[in-house]
Write a protein that binds this ligand. Structure first.
Ligand code: DON
Length: 309
């Protein structure tokens, strides 16, 4: 699909204006105190395409905490590092449970349902902490490479806040270790996981950095293979079934794009062979997904006729 996006800029601005009061329907994440400090009225949106166009509106260049959107990048690194053996330690089924649920993990003997819930992301953090001499630095440099910018940073305030309020994640990691499904020491697993959640990026940077998923694994800016076409397909499939937590079914039903949210208020959606949409607005609905982020992506997908189904 080739499309000149110049005319779309005004449309994006209009869609954003329609949302200017809607953020009040949600609530900014406060279980990590540093996230509660963000101005709830901020919002931005950007679209990056595989032919090199990027347009945006609102605060599309303002960095925010990417939180669980980082789970995609951790997964790519782990798949590249240990290949298909990964899938003996983690599943690819939707969980139907809240993102930080612990209950299913015991029934299923320490095998997380998928890499997009916290248990799965902690398992991935273990793979990275166990296979890289400095997994946190490797993660940051991967993000900078994909965003095409050295400006991508880790927010130390968010990191410390996560660490101080990370008991649920620690419990998930220790439970998996009790089943023999975690190799590294728990503090280093948690430290990697909280580091990747604390990365800050803008809508423009995030949209650009995920273009490889819309382009069969290849970064269109550098022409380098970020993952295989087969793995890009698999990641998009997991995003379609599990990327929006226990709202994934509803999102597939109404929008129909592989997507991922984070409690920082970011939402990304992949449009295969076209590009990536990223929307940001901090207040969340009860599932932990950005209210305005979902509204914006729904409106854009409808306006442009984008759906994989
Ligand atoms: O694990 C946590 O508590 C967070 N740092 C990440 C959670 C997150 O973004 C889940 N998303 N909706």
């Amino acid at each position: 699909m080739k499309q000149d996006l110049t005319d779309l800029r005004e449309k994006l601005q209009a869609l954003l204006s329609e949302q200017h009061m809607q953020y009040q329907q949600g609530k900014v994440a406060d279980y990590i105190p540093a996230l509660a400090e963000v101005n709830p009225a901020l919002m931005g949106v950007a679209i990056a395409t595989i032919d090199g166009q990027i347009i945006g509106a609102g605060q599309d260049k303002t960095p925010f905490s990417i939180q669980s959107i980082s789970k995609i990048f951790g997964l790519v690194m782990a798949m590249n590092r240990i290949g298909d053996s990964l899938w003996q330690r983690i599943n690819m089924e939707p969980s139907g449970q809240p993102f930080n649920s612990i209950i299913q993990l015991e029934w299923e003997k320490g095998i997380p349902r998928n890499p997009m819930i916290n248990a799965g992301a902690l398992l991935i953090a273990d793979v990275l902490a166990s296979h890289f001499s400095s997994s946190k630095l490797a993660f940051l440099s991967f993000m900078r490479q994909l965003a095409g910018s050295e400006a991508v940073q880790i927010d130390r305030n968010v990191y410390q806040s996560e660490l101080a309020h990370g008991n649920r994640n620690a419990a998930l990691a220790y439970l998996m270790k009790s089943f023999g499904n975690i190799d590294a020491e728990i503090p280093s697993v948690l430290s990697h996981y909280f580091t990747q959640c604390s990365v800050t990026m803008s809508c423009q940077q995030l949209a650009r950095s995920l273009l490889f998923l819309a382009n069969k694994g290849k970064d269109p800016y550098t022409n380098s293979n970020i993952c295989s076409a087969k793995d890009a397909h698999r990641i998009n499939a997991i995003l379609s079934t599990s990327g929006m937590y226990d709202q994934s079914g509803e999102f597939a039903f109404s929008v129909g794009l592989p997507a991922k949210s984070g409690v920082g208020g970011g939402v990304i959606a992949v449009v295969p062979s076209f590009g990536v949409i990223c929307a940001w607005s901090p207040p969340l609905n009860p599932y932990g997904n950005s209210v305005v982020g979902i509204n914006l992506i729904t409106d854009i997908a409808e306006t442009l006729g984008l759906s994989i189904y």
